[in-house]
Design a protein around this ligand. Sequence first.
Ligand code: ATP
Length: 236
Amino acid sequence: MSSLEVDQADVYYGRVHALRHLSFRVEEGEIVCLLGNNGAGKSTTMNMLSGLVRPRSGAARWNDLDLTTAKPWDIVSAGLIHVPEGRRIFSTMTVHENLLLGGYTVRDKRLIDQRLDQVYELMPRLAERRRQQGGTLSGGEQQMVAIGRAIIGGPKLLLLDEPSMGLAPLIVKQVMDIISAVNTHGTTVLLVEQNARAALKVAHRAYVVETGEVTLSGTAAELAKDPRVVEAYLGA
Ligand code: ATP
């Protein structure tokens, strides 16, 4: 069984100790969520897994790949695809052109076409807007393009950094349903969220990260009932 394993990872930015002995696992087929407030270290964790930030100590492995030394290009080519916070779609390119950018590591044109069909089937709203410029899309539609672009790359493990950010509750639900569907089609998902309510509905398991370390973990159902999570992340 393939899995992602982070063991006692420490990341520093100069004197800032951003990740402190961070450890967690994601098994194949799961949706696992890292919950945490601003500055908890969620984006740093994602950037470490994509090879953009290197830990000073500790391990991060995905199957046989050592993520602490592998090049970002090789990590993407192996199927670990990161959808960064803030979507970063190109505003003057169409939806279709933005999606095609996700295929930059894919040599087989037919595979790209097949995956484009999958994306348009999963997100019909993008099919309707395929010729519309990225910058004119709503926030939810831009998030769909960001997820769709990752799907074109053929993710085995999808890293999603705060997909609900800035979206109205109804749109958050639509995006979470898309994440669930992507997972059902066979993609393992690591989801990073401040929106614990939405994330715990879609995740199988979750870890709470506070100032760079894991303070709680369990199944999503367990954490949704945990008084510490309810008080700190779910509100009244
Ligand atoms: P947010 O949800 O606000 O993006 P986060 O949980 O993703 O928060 P990170 O962005 O990973 O948190 O930041 C973790 C810590 O590292 C914070 O204290 C942040 O200020 C610090 N940090 C992040 N990037 C840098 C950087 N490039 N240089 C210095 N400190 C940084």
